[in-house]
Design a protein around this ligand. Structure first.
Ligand code: URA
Length: 199
């Protein structure tokens, strides 16, 4: 299937993709990113879960509540940022997406990054961090660190963040999560004229 057949006409939405057999069988719908298409900050999660699959929007379950709450703590609303996932279809039993599934969906993610052209990409959890940075990432240790990804010849700063769900399993991660979001808020607040170093 040719990727170009699957664009919904907006450059950031996907329709009718059937590249991953297992995901076509497990999904109810394709879950595209949400939020302004010119957002300064783009959050990237792993893949939709059951709630996201049902509602058709990323991060609307318990993880979404944690994300929304964290955003509020740093003065942002969900509507101020764009939120998407590495993989747009719910994996069966909420397993991690496979390497092939990540690769099949990468063109859509890259196209969304290029279209939104954010000042900062924030990875939520290990899967998106390793996928975008193309290296192994110790998320807890690297949370709050900046790296970069190149898409279509343009370099985007990437801020490593723990997954919101990690704060539910381990409340001690809450401070790390919020201080990382505070960095993101600086980018969102000043149109990307961050004072945070080389980026
Ligand atoms: N976890 C993710 O990584 N993405 C979602 O959309 C929801 C939970």
């Amino acid at each position: 299937m040719d990727e170009s057949e699957c664009w919904d006409g907006t450059a950031v939405g996907v329709t009718g993709c059937e590249r991953c057999r297992a995901l076509v069988d497990s999904r109810s719908r394709i879950v595209d990113g949400v939020g302004p298409t010119d957002a300064a900050v783009l959050f990237v999660g792993e893949a939709p879960g059951a709630n996201e699959d049902e509602e058709g929007e990323p991060f609307v379950g318990r993880s979404g509540d944690v994300l929304d709450d964290g955003l509020r703590q740093v003065g942002l609303a969900r509507a101020d940022v764009r939120i998407t996932n590495c993989v747009r279809c719910r994996p069966p039993e909420n397993r991690d997406p496979t390497g092939d599934e990540l690769a099949n969906c990468r063109g859509y993610l890259d196209r969304e990054i290029a279209a939104v052209d954010p000042d900062l990409v924030v990875t939520l959890g290990k899967v998106p961090a390793e996928h975008l940075l193309d290296r192994s990432v110790g998320v807890t240790g690297e949370a709050g660190d900046l790296d970069a990804v190149t898409v279509d010849g343009d370099e985007y700063p990437v801020l490593v963040c723990v997954h919101p769900a990690a704060t539910l399993y381990d409340p001690s991660q809450r401070d790390t999560f919020e201080s990382t979001l505070a960095v993101a808020a600086e980018y969102a607040g000043d149109g990307g004229q961050s004072t945070l170093g080389e980026f």
